[in-house]
Design a protein around this ligand. Structure first.
Ligand code: SAH
Ligand code: SF4
Length: 367
């Protein structure tokens, strides 16, 4: 079996090189070629001795997941669907803005946590992604976009991806070891050198894993709250039955001791008539009183047979105002890449559409 070098952080690659009888500095050189230069073909690694290149060719490969579909929407949002050999694949989204480029990365195929409003959760759990599949999403995006003009600013960038959010498919903290290794590679100056403050893990609230993340790799943290009381959260985020809100809030406070930012971002999907009422906003203010935080309100992104509706503008405005009046910073997630459904498990969900209609439409757009 060939070893996929995208599975290794620098420490792992160095250990593997030692097994091959090679020196640590050679591992560092190859790591630079792979992650900084984006070179997958050993023959092109020109400052590596020919004998080592041949050895690598025999034993290793640099293999990101295969792209089965890629599309850029009118606003510059780019979306990839990757074939990982099972189910409908996984997706990655790049969102260019004036001052940053954010890549939304997946961590699992499907998700076992079954949040009722999430199309990934509705698919059920298939498997964890490997380190190579997680880092491979960044590898493809970073090297694919490098040197291209940013559609928002027109500027050509050598560092198109400045921020990573683990907000694609899956629950990152349920794939803990692989996610932590992948995060380490994203942060490593020998690879992508991203700032800890600009790499965000989003979790539905796996309390013990939040503590372990604080210890092992404290990056920025977003917590998917979605409800201000246990009765409602038990229904829409079922993991709440295991880790109820009082425990989750305590875990957020503990995380902040180690976090690179001095606040937690609470994500809150607005579901019309379910969790978008003024009393919910007032309860949120009470709930989060002791946790330095910001709120990110996400209008529900509908999918077939979801059973939920998008929130109306007025309840959203009132909700936001209550939080702001209580002194919170509140952002509302902009809908981007609407024409390609660049949000929250939507494309991979649609590929599953047995009629094949959506894929046909997407292929037509791509042509
Ligand atoms: N499992 C992690 C990260 C992936 S989901 C988590 O739950 O935090 C990323 C974000 O998208 C979460 O806040 C999630 O609740 C939200 N989300 C899921 N389905 C959505 C939908 N249909 N519309 C809007 N947001 C959704
Ligand atoms: Fe899983 Fe997150 Fe979707 Fe919940 S919202 S089912 S945790 S991916």
């Amino acid at each position: 079996m060939l070893q996929n070098l995208l599975d290794f952080d620098l420490e792992g690659l160095t250990a593997w090189f030692t097994e091959l009888g090679e020196k640590p500095f050679r591992a560092r050189q190859v790591f630079h070629w792979v992650h900084q230069a984006g070179v997958a073909d050993f023959a092109q690694m020109t400052d590596i001795a020919k004998s080592l290149r041949e050895k690598l060719q025999q034993h290793a490969v640099v293999a990101p997941p295969a792209i089965s579909y890629a599309h850029t929407s009118a606003d510059g949002t780019r979306k990839w669907l990757f074939d990982v050999g099972v189910a409908n694949g996984i997706e990655t989204v790049f969102i260019p803005e004036e001052d940053r480029g954010t890549l939304c990365v997946s961590s699992q195929v499907g998700c076992a946590l079954e949040c009722t409003f999430c199309s990934t959760g509705r698919q059920g759990f298939n498997r964890n992604l490997t380190v190579a599949e997680i880092v491979g999403q960044l590898w493809v995006a970073h090297h694919g976009l490098r040197g291209q003009a940013n559609r928002t600013t027109g500027e050509i960038s050598e560092r198109p991806v400045t921020n990573v959010v683990m907000m694609g498919m899956g629950e990152p903290l349920a794939n803990f070891e692989n996610v932590v290794t992948a995060l380490g590679i994203m942060l490593d100056d020998h690879a992508y050198g991203l700032s800890r403050r600009r790499v965000t893990v989003s979790t539905s609230g796996l309390v013990p894993a939040m503590d372990r993340l604080a210890e092992r790799c404290p990056v920025a943290l977003a917590v998917s709250l979605h409800a201000p009381n246990d009765a409602l959260r038990d229904q829409i985020v079922p993991i709440n039955k295991k880790y109820p809100l009082v425990e989750l809030m305590a875990a957020c406070r503990r995380y902040l001791v180690h976090a690179p930012r001095d606040f937690i971002t609470f994500e809150y999907v607005m579901l019309a008539g379910v969790n978008d009422q003024p009393e919910h906003a007032r309860q949120l203010v009470e709930l989060t009183r002791d946790v330095p935080c910001k709120f990110n309100l996400i209008p529900f992104n509908p999918f077939p047979d979801s059973g939920y509706d998008k929130p109306h503008a007025e309840p959203m405005r009132v909700f936001r105002q209550i939080l702001q009046d209580a002194g919170y910073v509140v952002t509302t997630r902009k809908t981007r890449g609407d024409d390609i459904d660049a949000a929250c498990g939507q494309l991979a969900g649609k590929v599953a559409d047995k009629s094949g209609r959506v894929m046909k439409r997407l292929h037509k757009e791509a042509a």
